[in-house]
Ligand binder design. Structure first.
Ligand code: NAP
Length: 301
């Protein structure tokens, strides 16, 4: 891998985790970073998220051969503008945004002539900020690269090797396909969690505190996802609108079919679906994408 100096713009959960993973797994690679929030910069320095926390974006990227934008999707344009005039010739610019087609367009417009290779590590938690990152976040998780047709092959290989060096498995995909796949596997599940937690909280008056008290019945697993960062998720839905609306249409039809089955006492339909979904859970665990321990290994108090 020919990447020796990485600059990270945005030192929250994902940016901080990349910095920590590099120092643990790629000790020869130098890291610098910048975040527009001075409190985040101070905390990043205290936690050694990167070797050099810089006072401005230009300083952070000045010597980099790879720059990774780790800011909310809606802030990618501003972050790209902040590095534009200081970007070294030949540096690769990548990002970690959760939607890809719109980010690719934003970065291509903001950085004409630069080598831009968007990417998305499919790894995360519901936490955010400079205290949330950890070095093992990407272990055995996929990182999807969505290079445009004009991206140099060597740069794509170098970026894939970088992600593999910090523990991830790299995959190449078309940006539109990424957005559809992630709408199914991530964006709609989050939307459902936000909805059910919102509905339950609206019903809290009726249930007099029982929603929280009896949450171990299933609700609490939705609350983990629904605690995710509001800025990040607002931006995901605004930038992956078409794919989300397409999958949401299909989901609404399936929900209506279940509603009909329940109303008609059609136990076979319910049983068949639940048998199918149980098998999917087994596959997720078998492929190492979750923990098979009861309650996801969580301690019960
Ligand atoms: P985060 O913890 O909130 O970190 C983002 C950081 O970027 C914050 O410190 C933020 O400061 C800073 N920032 C915002 N605008 C900026 C700008 N224009 N220039 C420089 N810094 C800026 O968020 P995250 O979870 O790491 O998410 C970062 C990106 O990763 C998002 O695009 C998200 O879609 C993607 N992603 C997230 C996950 C996940 O599970 N969280 C997983 C995969 C990919 P303030 O907080 O002060 O605004």
């Amino acid at each position: 891998m020919s990447i020796e100096r990485v600059a990270i713009i945005g030192l929250g959960l994902i940016g901080g985790s990349i910095g920590l993973a590099v120092s643990e797994k790629l000790p020869k690679v130098r890291t610098s970073g910048w975040d527009f929030d001075p409190d985040v910069r101070r905390r990043a320095a205290e936690r050694d998220l990167v070797q050099e926390v810089c006072e401005n974006a230009g300083e952070a990227v000045g010597n980099a051969d790879l720059v990774i934008l780790c800011v909310p999707v809606g802030a990618m344009g501003d972050a790209a503008a902040a590095i534009g005039s200081s970007l070294p010739e030949g540096a690769i610019v990548s990002d970690v945004g959760s939607s890809k087609a719109s980010v690719a367009k934003t970065l291509a417009e903001a950085l004409p002539g630069a080598i831009v290779i968007p990417a998305h590590p499919v790894a995360g938690t519901e936490k955010s900020g400079p205290d949330a990152g950890f070095a093992d976040l990407f272990n055995h998780r996929w990182c999807i690269l969505t290079p445009g047709e004009d991206a140099p092959q060597q740069a794509v290989s170098d970026l894939a090797a970088f992600w593999e060096g910090i523990g991830a498995k790299a995959e190449i995909m078309d940006a539109e396909h990424h957005d559809l796949v992630l709408a199914v596997t991530s964006h709609i599940p989050h939307l459902i969690a936000f909805t059910i937690v919102g509905t339950a909280s609206d019903l809290e008056d009726v249930t007099r505190g029982e929603v929280i008290k009896y949450s171990a019945g299933g609700f609490r697993d939705f609350t983990r996802i629904a605690a995710s960062d509001p800025t990040m998720w607002r931006d995901v839905f605004l930038t992956n609108r078409d794919a989300v609306l397409e999958v949401l249409g299909r989901f609404s039809e399936d929900l209506t079919a279940l509603q009909r089955a329940i109303r008609n006492g059609d136990g076979d339909t319910l049983f068949d679906l639940f048998t199918r979904t149980r098998a999917i859970r087994r596959q997720v665990v078998e492929q190492g994408q979750d923990d098979a321990r009861p309650d996801f290994g969580r301690k019960d108090h």
